[in-house]
Design a protein. Sequence first.
Length: 189
Amino acid sequence: MILIVGLGNPGVRYAYTRHNIGFMAVDYIARRLNFSRFLSEFSSLVSEKLIEKEKVIIQKPQTFMNLSGGAVQKIVSFYKIPTDCVFVIHDDIDLVLYDIRIKYAGGNGGHNGLRSIDGGVGKNYWRIRIGIGRPFDKNEVPDYVLSNFYKNELQKFSIILEFLAENICELIFKENKEQIIQKIQLIGK
């Protein structure tokens, strides 16, 4: 069983904010791969599909970003999903706009959503980090991550997120992931 978690904040007010790039990414994946409609379960919106004889679940925690770990922990515990089969897609202010980095395990880099997940399931899961850039003044970070993307930024992100959706199965199922990781990371350049 595979779990793909998109991080974001629930509600229309946050739909196109920089902090919600994880929700946007999993929506692209769900549409591209024809997942079932999202249902409300595990304090989340959840969708699923059988791919290559493996159940793949998409999760959008509805607990707000900083409390995502409780929702992720619920679904991981219920289905007994190994954490090396968990892929978390999230924003990263330390990456330049559009940049994508993929890694297994590690620290949370100050990201409160990841900090919450680390507390719920540990640190050994996949992270798909999507760069949203950083404001010049670090005091502006809270307002910046909750600000809407500009229209031209959304247009470029639509290309990047579509590419990610097209290649997510290869990332998930390929045993040697290095080549597909490099391929995906190049799209944001």
